[in-house]
Design a protein around this ligand. Structure first.
Ligand code: SF4
Ligand code: SF4
Length: 384
């Protein structure tokens, strides 16, 4: 058993994908050229991964996230094997939680049936209206995909699966945040998460799809205002829920908001294990699954120091910040800004986050107070 629980984000086909999105971070790493060479994780490796993940887990719930690239490229038989191996190694009384993060491109009835029967949670990447989604999310020929993904979301729902919507915040979506939000709402899904696109080029500039700190703040605030007045209890927005949870004395469950990180390891299709999906590089390769124990890699000094850096490398601005408890200095990947005292290592999106927390905190306080007083959500929304 490891010192602290961890989750494995497995990439059965590495970064291979059946779409080509402009802001994909494998572009940033120049890994698109590697796609052709990547194969699928072998069943032997898959068995080692599942056996060692379960062996290192505290239980009674063991989590697996199937990620990419596009994980459905591995094929349905691969996931049938996943389920078979999980059953083989899961101790009596334990449960497994599988989460498939997909672009939805290949979501047909066979997939939906399998995912439903085997209780997979599904996250679908969807950027909202066609105007925004089709700006960046293309098929391999450069064609639009929004309509097709929307059909996949509806197909999943028709099988009784409520997918989570993973929506990026990029330069295009910032132009009309409400258009994005209302398109997500129109899917009928009850949960969404916003993922900022920050792609820093080797010369220090940003890709044209990247969101600015100010744009990020404006996006969050605009959607928060719409949500809190109209959709309390109807749709959960991950960042808003996490902020409220922390205000109520709970702990962040998102790595970029938590005090430390480094407990979401990446397993590539060739068995290489990395510190984090944003650090799939030679410096952060913890070892090979074929040679080293997964639990030992999760707990090795390097990985512990990687996760601790989130706390130990805070700038003075962060240390003194009233919102530190909410974001804990933000994601390590994007700590290349300058603090208000000129210190290096400030979270790039900090100004946007500060604006959001300053705006949302008093409103959420009011919501929580009224809720404690027994007001209904309709009454709370009306009062706002
Ligand atoms: S570097 Fe960022 S994405 Fe990776 S584990 Fe830390 S906070 Fe999470
Ligand atoms: S809001 Fe900015 S200054 Fe405050 S803790 Fe987060 S990153 Fe640091």
């Amino acid at each position: 058993m490891t010192q602290k629980s961890f989750v494995v984000m497995a990439k059965p086909v590495g970064s291979r994908c059946n779409m080509h999105c402009d802001y994909c971070y494998y572009l940033e790493k120049g890994q698109y050229s590697e796609h052709e060479r990547q194969t699928r994780m072998s069943y032997d490796l898959l068995e080692t991964l599942i056996k060692e993940t379960i062996g290192a887990a505290e239980g009674p719930v063991v989590s697996f996230v199937w990620h990419g690239g596009e994980p459905t490229i591995a094929g349905l038989d691969f996931y049938k094997k996943v389920v078979e191996l999980e059953r083989k190694y899961l101790p009596a009384g334990w449960q497994v939680w599988n989460n498939l993060q997909t672009n939805g491109f290949m979501m047909n009835d066979l997939w939906c049936k399998f995912l439903k029967e085997n209780h997979f949670d599904v996250g679908v990447s969807f950027d909202g209206s066609a105007k925004v989604h089709d700006q960046n999310r293309h098929d391999l020929k450069g064609g639009a995909t929004q309509e097709r993904i929307l059909r996949s979301i509806q197909r999943l729902r028709s099988f009784g699966i409520e997918p989570d919507i993973l929506c990026t915040v990029n330069s295009k979506s910032c132009e009309d945040p409400l258009d994005v939000y209302r398109a997500i709402k129109a899917t009928g899904c009850g949960w969404c998460q916003f993922i900022p696109i920050v792609v820093r080029m080797p010369d220090g500039t940003f890709s044209k799809e990247s969101v600015s700190p100010e744009g990020y703040g404006k996006f969050l605030i605009t959607i928060f205002d719409e949500w809190v007045r109209n959709d309390l209890g109807r749709i959960d927005v991950q960042l808003f829920a996490e902020t409220a949870r922390i205000m109520a004395g709970g702990e962040a469950s998102l790595c970029w908001m938590a005090e430390t990180c480094g407990r979401a390891l990446i397993a590539e299709e060739d068995g290489a294990i990395y510190s984090c999906d944003h650090f799939v590089d030679d410096d952060h390769r913890l070892g090979m699954l074929q040679q080293k124990d997964l639990g030992e890699m999760a707990d090795c000094d390097f990985q512990i120091a990687f996760g601790e850096a989130k706390r130990t490398a805070l700038t003075k601005e962060c240390q003194r910040c009233p919102f530190l408890k909410f974001c804990n200095g933000g994601c390590l990947k994007d700590r290349f800004g300058k603090s208000n005292t000129g210190e290096e290592g400030q979270y790039y999106l900090c100004p946007g986050l500060k604006a959001f927390f300053a705006h949302a905190q008093p409103v959420l306080e009011q919501v929580m107070k009224m809720s404690r007083e027994g007001k209904t959500q309709a009454e709370i929304m009306a009062s706002l």
